[in-house]
Design a binder for this molecule. Sequence first.
Ligand code: SAM
Length: 208
Amino acid sequence: MVCLCFFNRFESLISFQQVWWWFYVCIFTQIDFYIFIFLHRQCIASGLRDSGSNKLLYTLELYEPAWAYARKKYSHMPIRFILGGTVPREEYLTDDEIPDNEKTDHYNLYYQRDLKLAEQSEPWLKPLCMLHKFDAVLIDGNEYTGWAEYNVVKSVCKPKYLALHDVGTLKTHKIEAEIRHQTDIWREIKCGADAAKWCIFERIAPYQ
Ligand SMILES: C[S@@+](CC[C@H](N)C(=O)[O-])C[C@H]1O[C@@H](n2cnc3c(N)ncnc32)[C@H](O)[C@@H]1O
């Protein structure tokens, strides 16, 4: 899932509080953000709504029932719910790129399903980021697209903040390895854990 959100035109102080949404939690406290992508919907949208006007969260959801549920449940929030994928099917990890120890029940349930869904959907991440400047991005979607999404995020979206959920999993481990290696480019703001580990990083070097 991808969330894109706009704050206002000026740097603003957003206080994200711990909020459960479905089975996920995220904590954002006293972070100065300008624009945003990819975060837990409830958490981010609450922060946006409570901190003033002119702020907006975009989410990209591939799976129609999840999209329809969120759209109905959070219709009162400053969120735009886009039914669509992030990256094209060709950018999903190939079967060969998935280590054997990752071929778990999750893989058996979702890998083929998501490839099929990706074939039937439009990849929205790149066009959206070409159209808008987002303050931050949360990557918390498919196990098999995290690295491809990160490549679009750093080359096209260029957010000031990048948040990762499920840190330490196939979804994020290559991203985290790169970011932690680039200490002159990214700075860790905060990490924590709900059902899984999450981290927020700030871009401290300008994008090329
Ligand atoms: C781990 S859950 C994240 C839930 C999210 N943090 C939230 O608060 O709504 C992953 C979600 O990403 C969706 N998804 C999987 N692959 C996707 C893709 N390529 N593009 C967009 N959404 C995707 C799944 O359908 C699922 O709802």
